[in-house]
Design a protein around this ligand. Structure first.
Ligand SMILES: NC(=O)c1ccc[n+]([C@@H]2O[C@H](COP(=O)([O-])OP(=O)(O)OC[C@H]3O[C@@H](n4cnc5c(N)ncnc54)[C@H](O)[C@@H]3O)[C@@H](O)[C@H]2O)c1
Length: 451
């Protein structure tokens, strides 16, 4: 580590340099939380007063929604001396000696990449840096703009760097730019910001070295990328790889319904270089379903990366195909359907592009009466988000002649389900969560992909 990087790190540790977080949602709030727990002075800015109030009150979205609460990483945040200031007014950052600006704003709209929020905050960040540098000592080196949000990598050249230039800042002298994409899986304690290897890249080797030093304050393993563009591309490629793996598993499930493809894929994964992908009800979430679109945008159009477009096309009609090839027959005569799980990931309040939506829509169109339960959403929220009534779990389960288990939330794992399932009911299990349960003989149990 160079002397300059050591000095930079010392300035952060001492609080001489603070860190500004732009966008305090899942990604920004958890960055704030982990940095503050590491003793870093932080300023969180968000357009949403509700988000700012939550942060100011010590409520951090992701640590709040993980279940069970991880005691090791969730101290009593109302009493822990976290140095966090939160505001809806970004101009206040000028007075808070912010040397690193972490951009955590949304970068998608629906299923498509969108740079709108990034375009909004970048000129503000440059204004804060410019004003701050005019009034402060420069001994700690250039400020940083680090994109933690998932981006089309070429946005760095087409959007971030031009904004820096147009603001009158000089790259390398006034400001370094970097990318440090996030990989967190906000479910359980295994894949956290601290434990997941962190890819970081800057616009120069010096910038990359300082970023690696900075992120080592909160991440056990930091992997420097060749530069910021390669760091940003890594996020998109790893998600697109996963998208392809899951798509392949789902394609097998509909093409070979007379096989237990879940079993075959599990056996295949015993080969040293093959990951395990389980066929499922569909691909949900903030990241994986969008990755192909970031990649297509980076490649310059679908015709430049046809395989990715084909995977997107397959997934667009996937649930309907699964329904027609397998589920329609299973559900024949079973019209009262209880769906368990709106979130796409267990024990987190995240419903973006959840396969539960396709399940509900298709079954309603097929004339079923569908109700939904999710322990992380109220009945009013379920109605507003999914357009169906909620129900009580497990008490209401006997009312249904079909149950679709979408999400393996802890209550669904812990409860003795069998005694609540109506005789002759059909169970459709997304990932085989209840595979080893014993159900009454009249009950039909089906795990997606299992023949
Ligand atoms: N949630 C995940 O699992 C996850 C994982 C890895 C990467 N990401 C990426 O991280 C980024 C942020 O995702 P998230 O899940 O935190 O989103 P989020 O919706 O939870 O949070 C975004 C926050 O940004 C705020 N915001 C929106 N526009 C703003 C603006 N112009 N100025 C300031 N604040 C603004 C919103 O009010 C919200 O609080 C996205 O690029 C996403 O793809 C998310």
């Amino acid at each position: 580590m160079t002397a300059a990087t050591r000095q930079f790190l010392a300035a952060i540790r001492s609080g001489r340099i603070g860190v500004g977080i732009w966008g305090c949602g899942h990604i920004g709030a958890s960055a704030l939380f982990h940095l503050a727990v590491a003793g870093v002075r932080c300023f969180g800015y968000d357009v949403s007063p509700e988000r700012v109030r939550a942060i100011a009150e010590g409520r951090f979205l992701t640590t709040e929604v993980t279940h069970p609460a991880p005691p090791a990483v969730t101290p009593d945040t109302t009493t822990a001396p976290l140095r966090i200031h939160a505001s809806t007014d970004w101009r206040q950052m000028v007075d808070h000696r912010i040397g690193l600006h972490l951009v955590c704003v949304p970068t998608d709209r629906g299923r498509d990449p969108s740079a709108a929020a990034l375009q909004e905050v970048l000129p503000h960040i440059c204004a804060v840096i410019k004003e701050g540098r005019a009034g402060q000592r420069q001994a700690d080196g250039p400020s940083f703009i680090v994109i933690e949000s998932t981006i089309v990598p070429s946005w760095l050249d087409s959007l971030v760097l031009p904004t820096v230039r147009e603001s009158g800042l000089t790259l390398g002298d006034d400001v370094h730019v970097g990318a440090a994409p996030r990989r967190d899986w906000f479910s359980g304690e295994t894949h956290t910001l601290r434990t997941l290897p962190r890819i970081v890249g800057g616009t120069s080797p010096e910038a990359t070295e300082r970023l690696a030093a900075f992120y080592s304050l909160i991440c056990n393993t930091v992997c420097p990328a060749r530069d910021a563009r390669h760091a940003a591309l890594t996020k998109v490629v790893e998600n697109a790889l996963r998208y392809h793996g899951i798509t392949f598993a789902n394609a097998l499930a509909v093409a070979l319904p007379h096989y237990d493809t879940a079993h075959v894929l599990e056996l295949a994964s015993t080969k040293w270089n093959i990951p395990y992908y389980h066929p499922s009800l569909g691909i949900g979430g903030h990241c994986i379903p969008l990755a192909p679109r970031y990649l297509i945008s980076e490649a310059g159009g679908p015709e430049r990366i046809e395989l990715v477009q084909q995977a997107l096309d397959f997934n667009a009609g996937y649930f309907e195909r699964l329904y027609l090839t397998r589920l329609k027959t299973l559900l024949s005569g079973h019209k009262r359907v209880g769906v368990l799980g709106l979130a796409y990931t267990p024990d987190a309040r995240m419903e973006k592009l959840s396969p539960a939506y396709s399940v509900i829509e298709t079954l309603k169109e097929a004339g079923c009466c569908v109700q939904l339960h999710d322990p992380y959403y109220s009945c009013q929220e379920i109605k507003a988000l999914a357009g169906v009534e909620g129900f009580n779990f497990p008490q209401d389960l006997p009312n249904f002649d079909a149950v679709v288990l979408v999400t393996a939330h802890a209550p669904y794992l812990n409860e003795d389900i069998a005694c609540h399932i109506a005789p002759h009911a059909v169970i459709i299990d997304n990932f085989g969560t209840w595979r080893h349960r014993t159900f009454p003989e009249s009950v039909t149990y089906y795990e997606i992909g299992a023949g």
